[in-house]
Design a protein. Structure first.
Length: 130
């Protein structure tokens, strides 16, 4: 089973995806991670959450967070049900925040003037002076 979001994420039609395996849309280098996740699920019957790269139909890669659990029939595991969340926006935001923090830190540490920050009560939080 796959929903419209899965089709959009991977670029394949529903019919194409239903004729594929998870291993058709991840790099071979990620097979061990997926295998370990399945092994862990089968051992402790708990949900697993991990990050993996998917390969879209156009060949581009997208990082996703997979949350999956076993599906049971008559008390026996017969499959896995999962949700894959595109991490692109989150990763781009994290990179932007890191770059912004680095620019601020560089400006703060290399300023030739006194630079300070204070809270709304006027208490100094940091200071750099030459």
């Amino acid at each position: 089973m796959v929903n419209k979001a899965g089709e959009n994420l991977l670029g394949y039609s529903r019919e194409e995806i239903l004729n594929m395996s998870v291993f058709d849309v991840v790099p071979v280098s990620q097979f061990p991670q997926i295998g370990e996740s399945l092994k862990q699920k089968l051992t402790d019957h708990a949900q697993t959450i991990y990050e993996v790269e998917d390969i879209r139909k156009d060949g581009t890669h997208v990082l996703v967070e997979v949350s999956s659990r076993l599906v049971y029939e008559n008390g026996v595991p017969v499959g896995a049900q999962g949700t894959a969340r595109d991490l692109s926006e989150r990763r781009n935001a994290e990179v932007a925040v890191r770059e912004s923090e680095e620019r601020f830190r560089n400006l703060f540490e290399n300023a030739r003037d006194t630079v300070f920050t204070c809270d709304l009560e006027g208490n100094y939080l940091d200071e750099c002076s030459w």
